[in-house]
Design a binder for this molecule. Structure first.
Ligand SMILES: *[C@@H]1O[C@H](CO)[C@@H](O)[C@H](O)[C@H]1NC(C)=O
Ligand SMILES: *[C@@H]1O[C@H](CO)[C@@H](O)[C@H](O)[C@H]1NC(C)=O
Ligand SMILES: *[C@@H]1O[C@H](CO)[C@@H](O)[C@H](O)[C@H]1NC(C)=O
Ligand SMILES: *[C@@H]1O[C@H](CO)[C@@H](O)[C@H](O)[C@H]1NC(C)=O
Ligand SMILES: *[C@@H]1O[C@H](CO)[C@@H](O)[C@H](O)[C@H]1NC(C)=O
Length: 257
């Protein structure tokens, strides 16, 4: 009983200072300033619910407030609420940008930065949670970029991801551990929800049509599923994900993230 209430208090304290989303496996106390400049939107307070239209284009982030020396950073943005239709929700990598440089102002990409890496990031992917799935939580984390950084072998398929399906299941703490990143300097998070209520059948009709009318499209979709190293256990189960890839080729969107 006593230990239960102690746990309750420390959980509450952690919640009050947390700058990453609740239950995100990497918890950070220092706030990261995140602006979506194209829509004049700041992510404040942490956890704020934003219209999808405000986060269409990638964010701008800022160096630590009391920094006095320029440093090199890596930025990650991860959705922790991706429903694969099979087991617990998983993380999806929305954005990975190395070689960010600055002091305590707007960070910018500098390929010739000190500690520069030739590792290829993951382009920003606009949050698009599926209708009726509740709000998804998107955490942004700023890590120091160590000398000689390379993407760990187990995560090489994320650098760059071949397609949306190659962005999950991600593991932020596993990546950081394997790459020797240490703790993030700062974090922030926001939520996006899709409140559309109509049960749309148009898109599944489209995917069935393109799957049956285009054998070569579905063959290449399957082979790219099979060749993405390390991610087979989640994607292997899902014929609907092959359909998702086909939909992607037909120009429609896969709404899971
Ligand atoms: C802002 O939006 C325009 C399109 O309206 C786009 O071309 C541009 O890349 C965006 N800027 C950023 C920083 O994403
Ligand atoms: C300022 O720097 C110290 C470390 O020197 C750090 O512990 C502290 O969190 C920083 N404060 C802010 C606001 O970034
Ligand atoms: C480069 O990485 C080292 C650790 O590997 C770190 O001590 C140093 O501050 C980094 N330099 C910059 C400019 O970020
Ligand atoms: C909501 O999701 C549906 C598909 O599930 C999509 O067609 C629609 O554009 C989405 N709306 C927003 C605002 O994200
Ligand atoms: C992520 O990686 C960490 C560190 O290797 C590991 O402890 C954890 O179980 C992994 N999480 C998942 C969901 O695989």
């Amino acid at each position: 009983m006593k230990s239960f209430s102690v746990l309750g208090v420390s959980t509450l304290a952690a919640f009050v200072t947390a700058q990453s989303a609740p239950n995100f496996p990497v918890q950070v106390d220092t706030n990261l300033r995140v602006d979506f400049l194209n829509s004049s939107t700041s992510v404040s307070p942490p956890g704020t619910l934003l219209p999808r239209d405000d986060v269409l284009y990638g964010p701008t982030v800022y160096g630590p407030e009391n920094a006095t020396e320029e440093a090199t950073y890596m930025l990650f943005m991860v959705d922790e609420d991706v429903n694969t239709g099979n087991g617990p929700r998983v993380q999806l990598l929305h954005y990975f940008q190395p070689n960010l440089v600055g002091i305590n102002h707007e960070l910018s990409v500098e390929p010739n930065a000190r500690n520069a890496t030739t590792a290829v990031g993951a382009e920003y992917l606009t949050p698009s949670p599926p209708a009726g799935d509740g709000p998804h939580r998107y955490t942004l984390l700023l890590y120091p970029q160590p000398e000689d950084f390379t993407v760990p072998q187990a995560y090489i398929s994320f650098s760059p991801p071949a397609d949306v399906n190659a962005r999950y299941p991600f593991n932020m703490s596993g990546f950081a551990e394997a790459a020797g990143l240490g703790q993030p300097i700062a974090a922030n998070w926001f939520r996006v929800v899709n409140d559309t209520t109509s049960t749309e059948t148009g898109s599944s009709t489209t995917s069935t049509a393109s799957a049956s009318s285009s054998a070569s499209a579905s063959a290449s979709a399957s082979s790219s599923v099979n060749s993405a190293a390390g991610l087979v256990e989640v994607r292997g189960s899902a014929s609907e994900l092959v359909a998702g890839l086909v939909m992607g080729m037909a120009g429609a969107w896969l709404w899971i993230f």
